[in-house]
Design a protein around this ligand. Structure first.
Ligand SMILES: Nc1nc2c(c(=O)[nH]1)N[C@@H](CN(C=O)c1ccc(C(=O)N[C@@H](CCC(=O)O)C(=O)O)cc1)CN2
Length: 294
């Protein structure tokens, strides 16, 4: 048996094309050019790549992408002042602070300070709260991208047992919230799951994963999930991006998963590109909402 590969790269390109058309229409209707500002602190090589890719994606979609680069030794007050200035700048519709921040900076304080109306990462407590209540304004980018992928490959989620492995604020927790909701961005078929949120202290983790119809792996440990831990026919969504030597691998052993599962996301080319596509969508949504208030 060889599983179907869920192509995140192609899916993201299709979504980005749809967003580009939406931007063209919005501007033709008299709206402002949507503007996303990224804040990058320090020199983390992966973060530099991601921010560059976000800017390129903005440009291709007709969104203005601005970047503020700050040195690694930036102090908290300077960063907080920049966020306050961006909140007050009417030409800015979306703000993102690229994570992780260098050691010594208080990430939570910075994210809490972003105006929820411009919080296109959906990391602020206000937007997290709305998601938790099942009435999100912005959808967190990686989980929302996964829902889009499932929807576009017609993978039904409703009534299925989904095991999310990893309890991060960026992926694990919001993923669980989106999948357990009664309805979702792509309708009830990609919501209404029975969700188990597993993590590093989960007892008998392999046994828990083996019960899953759908596994979402977001633990950040290279190839931790092996083929023998999967139920035959399961759908495997691999969020992990781990550098091992000069290779990029996920949290799931891809070759083994391909032998057992019915569908698998690759790394690279799976979930990652969807994160950026969904960020563009949130930026357009922010621009539309802010413009409608003016
Ligand atoms: N403010 C944020 N910080 C971080 C987020 C986020 O959503 N908002 N997520 C990650 C990093 N990230 C986006 O910022 C991101 C990670 C990976 C990819 C991606 O396309 N990966 C490629 C591989 C690229 C490579 O060679 O490294 C893939 O999977 O095909 C996009 C975005 C943490 N920080």
């Amino acid at each position: 048996m060889s599983a179907q590969i869920l192509d995140g790269k192609q899916t993201a390109l299709a979504i980005r094309q749809e967003i580009a058309e939406e931007v063209t229409q919005f501007i033709a209707d008299g709206g402002p050019s949507p503007c996303l500002v990224a804040v990058l602190v320090g020199e983390d090589p992966a973060s530099q790549v991601y921010v560059r890719n976000k800017q390129r994606a903005c440009e291709k979609a007709g969104i203005e992408g601005r970047l503020h680069r700050l040195p690694a030794d930036t102090d908290q007050a300077t960063l907080m002042q920049l966020v306050a200035d961006l909140n007050a700048d009417n030409s800015v519709h979306g703000i993102l602070v690229q994570l992780p921040l260098p050691a010594g900076l208080d990430e939570r304080e910075v994210l809490d300070a972003i105006d929820p109306a411009k919080d296109v990462d959906a990391f602020s407590p206000y937007n997290v709260g709305l998601l938790m209540q099942g009435r999100p304004r912005f959808l967190p980018c990686t989980p929302a991208g996964i829902v889009q992928l499932l929807h576009r490959y017609q993978i039904e989620v409703s009534g299925k047992h989904v095991v999310v492995v990893g309890r991060s604020d960026i992926v694990g927790k919001p993923m669980a919230m989106l999948l357990v909701a009664k309805d979702g961005p792509c309708g009830p078929a990609t919501a209404n799951a029975t969700v188990t949120l597993a993590h590093s202290r989960t007892a008998n983790l392999a046994d828990v994963i083996r019960q899953a119809d759908i596994v979402v792996a977001a633990v950040g440990r290279p190839e931790m999930i092996r083929g023998e831990m999967l139920k035959p026919g399961a759908v495997v969504i691999d969020v992990g991006i781990n550098r091992v030597g000069d290779r990029l691998v996920g949290d799931v052993c891809f070759d083994e998963a391909m032998q057992v599962a019915s569908a698998v996301t690759p790394v690279p080319g799976g979930v990652g590109p969807l994160t950026i596509a969904m960020l563009l969508g949130n930026t357009v949504k922010a621009a539309k909402e802010i413009a409608s208030r003016e």
